[in-house]
Design a protein around this ligand. Structure first.
Ligand code: NDP
Length: 275
């Protein structure tokens, strides 16, 4: 079984650099998908209340028989659950669906700044952390201006900012802000949901290394110090996406992938998304 490299978060907790995402995997299929991922060697699973599959993920975790401390489980508080009490209740509901006693990482899913509530949710995450109910807390889809407000009034620096990031949308401003404050950048839709896999720059590098386009892109992320959480329900791809530890892209290859930036956002914009 492969040893997946980890990154140490700003509170000393180690997080696997490659995880398995389950967005758009129906609950009924998520048990089988997560079971395949665990069998392939993944130990980090990224879910969210709004994905509606925490129960299926939990069934797979329980059936695996793996020791809890070998797993790294992330979930997220949805926009409708922003607010102090609401976020505490959402956390408890996620735990119960997952059948767990604690999460490794809990994130505010979107800042939804128009609601004016993400600072209240951050206070709730800080309370959960202080109570020992979660090992690390962070945010998702936060722009630097949202992070700055947390830095200004919060007591804890987020450990992670999970944002859309792939060769077509590299978010250099967010990556730089995260790095400057010791916040790990975690890439969601790291493969741009497949949209960049056919790019000649990607396929040429893949041929040169005898690898697949997805492996080349995931390797590009790893060599730029990001955490990745690719999703697939296809067992061969699940395994392929983890098999990226024994080759290295050269500087000119990294630069060729950097050159694919085209503001190619696939999801909503965090400034105005309200769910
Ligand atoms: P990804 O970039 O991971 O792409 C998933 C798509 O790529 C699927 O269609 C999958 O197909 C295909 N694919 C996966 N591996 C390969 C491969 N090796 N070769 C060819 N095609 C492949 O997109 P996601 O949007 O799912 O993002 C990943 C995770 O990020 C999510 O599951 C979720 O956990 C998280 N996320 C978080 C968000 C947030 O707001 N915080 C928003 C969106 C995602 P198939 O499954 O058919 O094999």
């Amino acid at each position: 079984m492969k040893t997946i490299p980890t990154i140490t978060l700003n509170n000393g907790v180690d997080m696997p650099r490659i995880g398995y995402g389950v967005f758009q995997v129906p609950d009924a299929e998520s048990e089988q998908a997560v079971t395949a991922a665990l069998a392939a060697g993944y130990r980090s699973i990224d879910t969210a209340a709004v994905y509606g599959n925490e129960a299926g993920v939990g069934r797979a975790l329980a059936a695996s028989g793996l020791p809890r401390e070998e797993l790294f489980i992330t979930s997220k508080a949805w926009i409708a659950d922003l607010g102090f009490d609401e976020t505490l209740a959402a956390y408890q509901a996620s735990l119960e669906k997952l059948g767990l006693e604690y999460l490794d990482l809990y994130l505010i899913h979107w800042p939804a700044p128009a609601t004016g509530l993400y600072l209240e949710s951050w206070r709730a995450l800080e309370a959960l952390l202080a109570a020992g109910k979660v090992r690390a807390i962070g945010v998702s889809n936060f722009l630097p201006e949202h992070l700055q407000r947390i830095l200004d009034v919060g007591n804890t620096v987020p450990a992670v900012n999970q944002v859309e990031l792939h060769p077509a949308l590299q978010q250099h401003d967010i990556q730089a802000f995260n790095a400057a404050h010791g916040i790990v950048t975690e890439a969601w839709s790291p493969l741009a949901q497949g949209a960049v896999l056919g790019e000649p720059a990607v396929t040429d590098i893949a041929v040169a290394h005898g690898r697949t386009p997805a492996q080349v892109i995931l390797r590009w992320h790893l060599q730029q110090d990001r955490v990745v959480i690719p999703k697939s329900v296809t067992p061969a791809r699940i395994a392929e996406n983890l098999d990226i530890l024994d080759f290295e892209l050269a500087e000119d290859e990294l630069a060729a992938l950097d050159a694919l930036e085209r503001d190619g956002r696939t999801g909503p914009h965090p400034a105005d998304f309200t769910g």
